[in-house]
Design a protein around this ligand. Sequence first.
Ligand code: PMV
Length: 348
Amino acid sequence: MTVFEATCTAPVNIAVVKYWGKRDTSLILPTNSSLSVTLSQDQLHSKTTIRASADFTSDRLWLNGIEESIEKNKRLVACLRETRALRRTQIEDKDPSAPKISNLAIHICSENNFPTAAGLASSASGYACLVYTLSKLFELPLDASDLSIVARQGSGSACRSLFGGFVAWEMGTKEDGSDSKAVQIAPETHWPDLQAMICVVSDEKKGTSSTEGMQLTVKTSALLQHRIKEVVPKRMEDMIAAIHNKDFPKFAELTMQDSNQFHAVCLDTYPPIFYMNDISRAIIRIITEYNKDGVKAAYTFDAGPNAVIYAPKDNMAEIYAILSHYFPNAAFDDSMGLLKETALPSLP
Ligand code: PMV
């Protein structure tokens, strides 16, 4: 029996202008555009293998070695439905000799080389990897922006992991979501001097999922309305200019301001959502102190307590030394470029 198989990896992306809020929860259409940096595949990535075979009786999924239900996961079902429909319309309907892979059941096996759902963007790399691997399995003649429209329906931030380098997710205006897609602002080769360090403050699963959290924010936060109307449009323009000009101080200032406003919007949600903890706030204070005489590093935090520090390559050793000084129990795992910290530090 013929088995069709594809394996791909996809990297994590960390936003510097955050996506927070949906205007359409089933199509996953955002309330603002966002922008991220895709990390190197050597750092954090998902790896997915998908097989299709007439021997399989149903679609099945294994996540980090444990079987999970597909039917309960509406978003995964949407990605499968969309890619199968594309296989039919783009290939099987046009070429009667093409194998009818869209009718076969599939088995999906996906792994992350980092903690899942700890605010380290596992859903971004996971869904980007799923959709990209399906596109290879089905041999879809689509570019990364087209695929981003499908990946977006798995997890919003996933659409940005279809590209390397610096990536914008344009919110779009159409009701069907056909213009809500990712575009590359600059390739990974554009700014090789910019590096990211991931500080794992906690690898536990986060308390409030981004889905729950952002809908509560949309319903209750007045600050979010100010952010999406008055702040993000200009910040997107300024961030794109800072990236094109490789202007690190401007890039860093905008990144930190945007992280701060995202967490302020979480605090303005009712009841409030706290993603950062005391260690996260200590990291903010350390970086702020380090930047006193000129901006040399930027912190950013997603929906969890872990920090990502962006800095020029030459500053990284110094930043690592400073963080190790304040967090003496931190372990540094060279293979993944992760700084792991569990003990509560004394504040600087
Ligand atoms: O794609 P989601 O539902 O995991 O949301 C991600 C939201 C943030 O990570 C906090 C911000 C972003 O733009 O990635």
